[in-house]
Design a protein around this ligand. Structure first.
Ligand code: IDP
Ligand code: MG
Length: 149
């Protein structure tokens, strides 16, 4: 079982793309175990994007991710890291394949709509950074038998 953190970034909310983006992730069969609207503080942005500190785009990235409300989603399940990354597409929407979220809704690397954890270790860490334990559901879905063998 893996965990992944998804963030629908401020551009996704401002552009009214929450529904279309969540629809794709939900239709794929992913199980959402946590979901909330919030505005990311500068402190939380620095923690979340700490590995990018020092890079030329870092200041712009922090200002982008803190610029308005975001929707954060915790997902749990087998292989969710790889499944979500492939659904999201390449970091730069210019390079992202059509059919991916960034490839269908974006045109610019600095406005790429969505974050998704890049490894199981980071997935667990990022979910814990954004969600308290009591905000995460542990329920079984009856439909799971039709999604996973
Ligand atoms: P990822 O979101 O696909 O995992 P990362 O390399 O982890 O990509 O970069 C984190 C975020 O930083 C990207 O999603 C994007 O918002 C921003 N970013 C990365 N590279 C650039 C850049 O060259 N210019 C502007 N923003 C960038
Ligand atoms: Mg990343």
């Amino acid at each position: 079982m893996e965990q992944s953190l998804i963030i629908l970034k401020p551009d996704a909310l401002q552009r009214g793309l929450v529904g279309p983006i969540l629809t794709r992730l939900e239709a794929r069969g992913l199980k959402f175990v946590g979901l909330k609207l919030m505005q990311i503080s500068s402190e939380l942005a620095h923690k979340h994007y700490g590995t990018h500190e020092g890079k030329p785009f870092f200041a712009g990235l922090v200002s982008y991710i803190t610029s308005g409300p975001v929707l954060v989603v915790a997902v749990a399940g087998k292989d969710v890291i790889e499944i979500i990354r492939s659904t999201v597409g390449a970091t730069n929407p210019v390079k992202a394949a059509p059919g991916t979220i960034r490839g269908d809704f974006g045109v610019n690397i600095g406005r790429n709509l969505i974050h998704a954890s890049d490894s199981p270790e980071n997935g667990t860490q990022e979910v814990a950074l954004f969600f308290a334990k009591n905000e995460l559901l542990t329920v079984e879905r009856s439909v799971d038998q039709w999604i996973t063998e």
